[in-house]
Design a protein around this ligand. Structure first.
Ligand code: PEP
Ligand code: MG
Length: 731
């Protein structure tokens, strides 16, 4: 009846204190009778009616309570975290009661057929004599190891072992069972496939194949791809986490766990880290200037931003834990402090964050390092054998590309070239380019940028050893790059021989009301063709150089034009890309094939994909922008109101994390079909953040994409999800 359990617990505690006992079982029958009347009184005071006497009414009340529980806040959060649709509903089993608390020849226990932490085969569990299940779970009494049950109840234990075998053989999976012994007789209450750590999941899957219980395909299907995160990123110590209560919640934007001292600026993060401190960087939002500070941090916590905001995308790329968009934080950057859950946190205070759940904790929760289990490679090899989708990575640096290759990436699906300018010494030249007000000035800035670009591209081609590399031309939301600090503005003024006032005027003129829908993507190339020409030269020269050193590598540069909405835009930009590329190739006297394709990330491009395919040699779905523009809400701000949408059951998931198959997916499916009808040989992929989300990967498989591309640490997840999609389809 939704009367908090705590009120009844309090009554029990008061009674035990009054009687001078510590265990529930030490209360006498008279004590329990008195407690029952107190419970009834408590119920009446909260509900306003007597507790029903009629057992049928009690039973119906209990059944209804189970059905109602489908809708409690905990269930809503759990379903969202575990991809369970609200529409499924729940069920209730009614069974007669077996009593484990009728004396010392009774007891109850919970057991697994294999160790849920390691996967080791063998009974694992706990048992308590003269107790009910709740006593085992609540942890009031310390249960004994399941093996000790053998001495106390040899017959029941023998039978229990038989039942375990029967159940495991029947379900062909590790079982998690609850049972009761009533006067020496065994009653099985429940069995289910047991929850397990990622490491255990891999071991159990492999063992079941070796034991002849499962095929390789079935083993692949048994592993939850999202679970692999825990093998790749540090996690909180499970025991310590259990004892901790979150003080706030943001979006779990980049998985893993982090604890450290709070710092408020990227500079401090670097300095403190250099002094051996572990830090968590807390920012209103992050921007390119913060990148080195982000790298120096254990974790990143932001007040604003969604699943595809700068902090989230960059942190995911680096494999660093990030919780974004915790709008409950009241930030006071000037005084280097913030408040959350009524407490003020200052620089140097400890905080812990969980980038998988989005939970934030006060103080230190120790973390344990990621360890890739021995069976990981074996399961991944099976996944690769059965999947049809290729898996590429979103990588902007040779280091990220290398990491992704180690994790199984078969190419780069997206290199965001603007991300190559985050380092302090490079961002200056980039700003000069943005703030140039003549072609000459811009070309001078581009001359400075060109060597960086070419050098980076060469390193990417080298890291990929002849596997495909898609390089996307500049798509900087300009507001992310213009200087905001006075010192940076002064430096820029000096470099450009301008006054600070002039630079400030240029920055003001660049201000946009909707920068994410502003002067971005191919619009920059249309306004300033010299930028795309410089990038073309850098790509082609890099490819030619690396090809010369490795003639056996199949290097076919893929140049990707972003944010195209009309084929004429693409045609316009493609023309000077091709002219520049051909001139470079001819000047080198070389022979090099290259492709010019586009991102499909504006609904209009999807709707007119047949036209676009006449010019585009490949498509790659930018589902971050495509989601933003299909829904008509900002990828950076939606977090502010999405919670209300979940509460109202309008949405069950964040569409920036999990692809909206109904709407955005329909556009994608249509675009693939329209595109491939015109150009059957074209390859189509996805490089929005959804490329690493298992259900979205399954959808990409279904609509016939050739590859998914995701951040390096999500590559194994995508490989497994792709295999599951192919295997499930085959069934
Ligand atoms: C996208 O929009 O999905 C995409 C990959 O590009 P970006 O996130 O850089 O806008
Ligand atoms: Mg985009």
């Amino acid at each position: 009846m939704e009367v908090g359990k705590k009120y009844f617990e309090e009554l029990i505690d008061e009674m035990k204190a009054d009687r001078g006992v510590t265990q529930d079982v030490e209360l006498t029958a008279d004590d329990l009778k008195e407690l029952a009347s107190q419970f009834k009184a408590e119920y009446k005071s909260k509900i306003g009616e007597d507790f029903p006497d009629d057992p049928k009414e009690q039973l119906m009340g209990a059944i209804k309570a189970v059905f109602r529980s489908w809708d409690n806040p905990r269930a809503n959060v759990y379903r969202r975290d575990n991809d369970i649709p609200y529409s499924w509903g729940t069920a209730v089993n009614v069974q007669s009661m077996a009593f484990g608390n009728m004396g010392d020849d009774c007891g109850t226990g919970v057991a697994f057929t294999r160790d849920p932490a390691t996967g080791e085969k063998g009974l694992f569990g706990e048992f308590l004599t003269n107790a009910q299940g709740e006593d085992v779970v609540a942890g009031v009494r310390t249960p004994m190891h399941i093996s000790e049950m053998e001495q106390k109840f040899p017959e029941a234990f023998k039978q229990f072992n038989e039942v375990c075998k029967t159940l495991e053989n029947h379900y062909r999976d590790m079982q998690d069972m609850e049972f009761t012994v009533e006067h020496g007789k065994l009653f099985m209450l429940q069995t289910r496939n047991g929850k397990r750590t990622a490491q255990a999941a891999l071991k159990i899957a492999c063992d079941l194949v070796d034991e002849g219980m499962r095929t390789e395909q079935e083993a692949v299907l048994m592993i939850d791809p999202r679970n692999l995160d825990t093998l790749l990123h540090p996690q909180f110590d499970a025991k310590e986490l259990k004892a901790a209560t979150p003080i706030g919640k943001g979006l779990g934007a980049s998985p893993g766990a982090a604890c450290g001292k709070i710092v408020f600026t990227a500079d401090d993060a670097e300095k403190w880290n250099a002094n051996g401190e572990k830090v968590v960087l807390v920012r209103l939002e992050t921007s390119p200037e913060d990148i080195t500070g982000m790298k120096a941090s254990q974790g990143i916590l932001t007040v604003r931003g969604g699943m595809t905001s700068h902090a989230a995308v960059v942190a995911r790329g680096m494999g660093t834990c990030c919780v974004s968009g915790c709008s409950d934080i009241v930030m006071d950057e000037a005084n280097k402090q913030f408040t959350l859950a009524g407490k003020t946190f200052k620089e140097g205070d400890f905080i812990s964050i969980d980038g998988s759940t989005g939970n934030i904790y006060d103080g230190i929760i120790p973390t344990v390092d990621a360890t890739i289990a021995g069976e990981f490679g074996r399961v991944m090899a099976w996944a690769d054998k059965y999947r049809k989708l290729k898996v590429r990575t979103n990588a902007d640096t040779p280091a990220d590309a290398k990491k992704a290759r180690e994790l199984g990436a078969e190419g780069i699906g997206l290199c965001r070239t603007e991300h190559m300018f985050f380092e302090a010494d490079r961002i200056a030249a980039f700003r000069e380019m943005i703030c140039a007000d003549t072609v000459e000035e811009r070309e001078a800035a581009l001359d400075k940028i060109m060597p960086y670009q070419q050098g980076d591209f060469e390193k990417l081609y080298e890291a990929l050893e002849g596997n495909p590399v898609t390089i996307r031309f500049l798509d900087p939301p300009l507001h992310e790059f213009v200087p905001t600090e006075e010192a940076d503005i002064e430096a820029l003024a000096k470099a450009q021989n301008k006054s600070v006032a002039q630079i400030k005027a240029i920055i003001d003129s660049l201000h946009e009301f909707n920068p994410m829908m502003g002067h971005r993507g191919c619009r920059l190339a249309v306004t300033y063709p010299e930028i795309a020409k410089m990038q073309t030269k850098a790509v082609i020269r890099a490819a030619l150089n690396v090809k010369k050193a490795h003639p056996d590598w199949n290097i076919v540069p893929e140049i990707m034009i972003p944010l195209v909405g009309d084929v004429k835009e693409l045609k316009y930009v493609k023309k000077f890309v091709v002219e520049t590329a051909d001139a470079e190739i001819a000047a080198a006297g070389a022979d090099l094939k290259y492709e010019v394709g586009t991102m499909i990330e504006i609904p209009r491009a999807a709707l007119t994909a047949d036209d676009i395919a006449k010019e585009a040699e490949f498509f790659c779905f930018g589902t971050n922008d495509l989601t933003q523009m299909t829904f008509g809400f900002s990828r950076d701000d939606a977090g502010k109101f999405l919670d209300s949408y979940y509460d109202a059951k309008i949405y069950e998931n964040d569409p920036f994390a999990k692809l909206d198959q109904t709407g955005v997916g329909k556009l994608m499916e249509m675009a693939v079909k329209l595109g491939k009808d015109v150009r059957p040989e074209m390859h189509c992929g996805i490089c929005g953040e959804h490329g690493g989300d298992p259900t979205s990967v399954e959808f990409c498989h279904k609509i016939g994409l050739d590859y998914v591309s995701c951040s390096p640490f999500r590559v194994p997840i995508a490989r497994l999800a792709a295999a599951q999609a192919a295997i499930s389809e085959g069934k």
